[in-house]
Design a binder for this molecule. Structure first.
Ligand code: NAD
Length: 253
């Protein structure tokens, strides 16, 4: 049976773990060739190898999304190795922050903005021309529910994810007529290393996180992956400029 993304090519940043890893695996399961990238080379190569061993098509390139040269190399190599670029999941992101706003420091501000905002901008800047030339393409950026509202003790992170939503909506409007759709996913709390790091620092967060979602549990990375694949599918052909909450009802309250 033909798979839905047979013959398509997907690029994923932050693909060595968590949401990026789950989405890279889901793209491969749906028949796409997947270019994984991350700063964690060892883990990223392991995920790509596991996809290939399971019968999928994957490769890994180390890419720090802060660096323009790395991102250009990633996009160029994706097209070189797989022949095209249909889907880009710009997902690499960092949290890093544990303070209220007035206790924050400039280094942390710059580090978060560099990866979360400049990284997504940098990726789109190199992906969009390839998609415009082809006359089609879909980009999904990872924002957060912190990009739709407040995130106490994570104000810089929240600002960075609001910026991702702004970049997403602007690019969607600018390139809609050129065949490129651009959307964002806005997860609430998802079961990844990012969450585990937060709970290690403050174990009370486990219960708080579970209870903040009306659905009564945290989310799974595969549930974000499923939404990313939907946004890339033809079924979402009329959907662009959307910041889609994946939040167990959190933003409905
Ligand atoms: P994670 O820490 O498990 O994975 C993030 C991956 O990004 C890691 O493999 C890391 O090495 C990579 N990365 C970090 N900096 C990078 C850089 N400069 N260049 C390339 N790769 C880099 O985290 P996750 O939970 O899977 O997070 C993925 C995305 O989802 C992030 O953008 C995060 O902000 C967002 N998000 C996560 C949650 C959550 O609860 N886990 C909720 C909302 C949004």
């Amino acid at each position: 049976m033909t798979q839905p993304f047979e013959g398509k090519v997907a690029l994923v940043t932050g693909a060595a773990a968590g949401i990026g890893e789950a989405t890279a695996r889901a793209f491969a399961d749906a028949g796409a060739s997947v270019m994984l990238s991350d700063i964690n080379q060892e883990a990223g190569e392991q995920v790509a190898a596991a996809i290939n061993e399971a019968g999928g098509k994957a490769a890994f390139i180390r890419c720090d999304v802060i660096k323009a040269g790395d991102v250009k190399h990633l996009v160029d190599q994706t097209v070189e190795q797989f022949g095209r670029l249909d889907f880009a999941f710009n997902n690499a992101g960092v949290e890093l922050e544990r303070n209220k706003l007035a206790d924050g420091n400039e280094d942390v501000f710059d580090a978060i903005m560099d990866v979360n905002v400049k990284g997504v901008w940098q990726c789109m800047r190199h992906e969009i021309p390839v998609m415009v030339d082809a006359g089609s393409g879909v980009i999904v950026n990872t924002a957060s529910v912190a990009g739709l509202g407040a995130a106490p003790a994570m104000s810089i992170y929240s600002a960075s994810k609001h910026a991702v939503v702004g970049l997403t909506k602007s690019a969607a409007v600018e390139y809609g007529r050129r065949g490129v759709r651009v959307n964002a996913v806005c997860p609430a709390i998802i079961d990844t290393d990012m969450l585990r790091r937060a709970i290690e620092e403050d174990p009370r967060k486990e219960e708080v996180h579970k209870n903040m979602h009306p659905i009564g549990r945290i989310g799974q990375p595969q549930e974000v992956a499923a939404a990313v694949l939907y946004l890339c599918s033809e079924g979402a052909g009329f959907t662009t400029g959307v910041a889609l909450p994946l939040d167990g009802g959190y933003t409905a309250i």
